[in-house]
Write a protein that binds this ligand. Structure first.
Ligand code: PGA
Length: 259
C-alpha cells in the first residue's frame, strides 16, 4: 500500500486563454518546482497543451483537467474522453465539482461513471464532495458526505483507490471567502476517512489523500494543513495568483516534510 501523499491542486475553473495559461503555468513552475509535495494545475480543456508547455516537463507539477466523460468515444457532443485527456499529458481530473453538480446536472451516478472511466484509463480522479449551507444547518453534513462518497466509490476496488483523491469542499465555502474553520474541515475529512476504513480497510483509509477546498488561501492554508486528516487543498481563486498559490504549496511542502 502506498504512503499518503500531500497534494496541492489549483482549480483554474473557466479562466485563462491558452496564451494566458502558458504564462500562468510558467509562473507556477518557477515558484513551485522544488516543492516537497505534489502540485497539480487543473486547467480548461483548451488550455491543456499550452499549460503543459508552460510546465516544461516539470516532474513535480502535474497537469489536470476539470471533467471527463465516461465513454471512450462517440456521439457525446461537447464532451471529452479520458484518452483525449491522457494524450494531452493530463494526469489528474476533477470530478463532481459542486459547480458541475449545481449548474450542469451532475449526479452521484454520473460522478461514479466518470470516476470509473478515469481510473480505468489511468487518470487520477480528484472527486469533490460537500454539503450546502442548508444541509449543514439541518445537521445533514455527514449523511450527504456518506451518500456522495459511497456513490462515487461504487465498483471502485481497493487497488484503484490508490489513485483516487477526495476533495472535501463545503459548498458554502467555495468562492465566498467563508472558509470552514480548521476544526470543521478536519471533522468532515476524518469522517470521510473513517467511511473509507469501513468500506475498504485501515490501510486504504490511511493511504488516502483527502484535500480541503473552499476559500483556501495564502493566509489560512498552513492552519488547515496542520490538521491530521487534511492532506492537501483544492484551490480555486488563489490558484490564479502565482505568489499566493506558491505560499499554499509551501505549506503543503512543510506538511509533506513532517509526514
Ligand atoms: P475557491 O474554490 O478556492 O475559489 O473557494 C475552490 C474550488 O471550487 O475548488
Amino acid at each position: 500500500m502506498k504512503k499518503r501523499e500531500i497534494v496541492i491542486a489549483g482549480n483554474w475553473k473557466m479562466n485563462k486563454t491558452p496564451f494566458e495559461a502558458r504564462v500562468l503555468a510558467e509562473a507556477v513552475r518557477e515558484r513551485c518546482e522544488n516543492a516537497a509535495c505534489k502540485v497539480v494545475i487543473c486547467v480548461p480543456f483548451v488550455d491543456l497543451f499550452q499549460a503543459k508547455e508552460g510546465l516544461l516537463g516539470s516532474s513535480k507539477i502535474a497537469l489536470g483537467a476539470q471533467n471527463v466523460h465516461w465513454a471512450p468515444s462517440g456521439a457525446f457532443t461537447g464532451e471529452i474522453s479520458a484518452e483525449m485527456l491522457l494524450s494531452c499529458g493530463t494526469e489528474y481530473v476533477v470530478i463532481g465539482h459542486s459547480e458541475r453538480r449545481q449548474y450542469f446536472g451532475e449526479t452521484d451516478e454520473s460522478v461514479n461513471r466518470r470516476t470509473l472511466a478515469a481510473l480505468q484509463a489511468g487518470l487520477k480522479p480528484i472527486v469533490c464532495v460537500g454539503e450546502t449551507e442548508r444541509e449543514r444547518e439541518e445537521g445533514l453534513t455527514e449523511s450527504v458526505i456518506a451518500r456522495q462518497v459511497k456513490a462515487a466509490l461504487t465498483d471502485v476496488d481497493e487497488a484503484a483507490l490508490e489513485n483516487l483523491i477526495f476533495a472535501y469542499e463545503p459548498v458554502w465555502a467555495i468562492g465566498t471567502g467563508k472558509t470552514a474553520t480548521s476544526e470543521q474541515a478536519e471533522e468532515v475529512c476524518r469522517y470521510l476517512r473513517d467511511l473509507v476504513k469501513e468500506l475498504y480497510s485501515d490501510a486504504a483509509a490511511d493511504a488516502l489523500t483527502i484535500q480541503y477546498g473552499g476559500s483556501m488561501n495564502a493566509k489560512n492554508a498552513a492552519e488547515l494543513l496542520s490538521m491530521p486528516d487534511i492532506d492537501g487543498g483544492l484551490i480555486g481563486g488563489a490558484s490564479l495568483k502565482p505568489d499566493d498559490f506558491a505560499v499554499i504549496v509551501n505549506a503543503g511542502s512543510e506538511k509533506a516534510a513532517r509526514l
